[in-house]
Design a protein around this ligand. Structure first.
Ligand SMILES: Cc1ncc(C[n+]2csc(CCOP(=O)(O)OP(=O)(O)O)c2C)c(N)n1
Ligand code: SF4
Ligand SMILES: [Mg+2]
Length: 267
């Protein structure tokens, strides 16, 4: 008879043999069980495997935060930089060795708060870096303060009467700054992340992947799995990813469409 232990052992053996987790380092993620970041990790792993990019030709650059811990968990080169400085460090690495596939990884606080001034310049210079914004609408690592993408009314220990300022819209910002590849994705859809990331990696300019995620430990109120599962939906059939104006209008109308939102193919 199969015990639950033997079932788990069999799953671990199968997963190991499939190479599905080949990008993982020996350091297992320290994220909380149920954190959306596992789904993002899975999607990134799948894309890298499908494209067969040798791991020693990849650099993962991060800032600070739960998302910022990412380079420790992957078997590639990595750079855990300062809070908000992900994009300048990634730029330097790509310029020094353009053959490398460079990823910039960070949270919503890292990328749209303290580091928010770097996104426009990355977009206008169209530097070939893949920026993965892990957006859980909260400061996770520092234990749950409101972030630049938190919803109005969000109650935390740091906002006991409810968060007042309106959230920033990262996807809209990237479009307005002229980014040549903009996607919005959901951490609960690892396959969707992988499919879009494969295109983003092959895109010769800057790509911005805005991934909605859930912080299961500090947000039981808004960006929960339930909420995101109910609200995210793909762009309509026949959606034209080359129309910049339509992309902007679509994002203004709907916060929860997912997929490639805009792609300037001749960038
Ligand atoms: C210069 C500086 N300011 C503030 C901090 C404290 N700090 C560390 S992580 C963080 C925010 C983390 O939130 P986010 O970037 O959204 O990442 P998450 O933890 O949610 O993945 C802050 C404010 C710091 N480490 N360095
Ligand atoms: S605190 Fe939140 S964002 Fe950080 S690992 Fe835990 S669930 Fe994920
Ligand atoms: Mg965050």
């Amino acid at each position: 008879m199969k015990t639950s232990g033997s079932i788990i052992a069999e799953k671990i053996r199968k997963t190991g043999k499939s190479g599905e987790l080949s990008i993982r380092s020996e350091n297992l993620p320290t994220w909380c069980p149920g954190c959306g970041y596992f789904g993002i990790h899975q999607g990134m792993n799948q894309a890298i495997q499908t494209l067969k990019i040798p791991h020693h030709e990849i650099v993962m650059v991060s800032g600070i935060g739960c998302a910022g811990r990412y380079p420790f968990f992957v078997n590639t080169y990595g750079f855990h930089s300062a809070h908000g400085r992900t994009l300048p460090v990634a730029t330097g690495i790509k310029m020094a060795n353009p053959k490398l596939t460079v990823f910039a990884v960070g949270g919503d606080g890292d990328g749209l708060g303290i580091g928010g001034g770097h996104l426009p310049h990355m977009a206008r210079k169209d530097i070939n870096v893949n920026y993965i914004l892990f957006d859980n609408s909260i400061y996770g690592l520092t234990k749950g303060q409101p972030s630049p993408t938190s919803m109005v009314g969000f109650k935390t220990k740091a906002s006991p009467y409810g968060n007042e300022p309106a959230p920033l819209n990262g996807t809209l910002m990237a479009l307005a700054y002229g980014a040549s590849f903009v996607a919005r994705l959901f951490a609960g859809d690892a396959k969707g992340i992988a499919a879009v990331l494969e295109q983003a990696i092959q895109h010769p300019g800057f790509s911005f992947l805005h991934i909605y995620s859930s912080c299961v430990t500090f947000d039981k109120q808004y960006k929960t799995w339930d909420f995101l599962n109910k609200n995210v939906h793909p762009t309509a059939d026949g959606y034209d990813t080359s129309n910049h104006k339509d992309a902007i209008n679509g994002v203004l109308e709907d916060d929860y469409t997912t997929g490639i939102i805009y792609w300037k193919k001749n960038a």
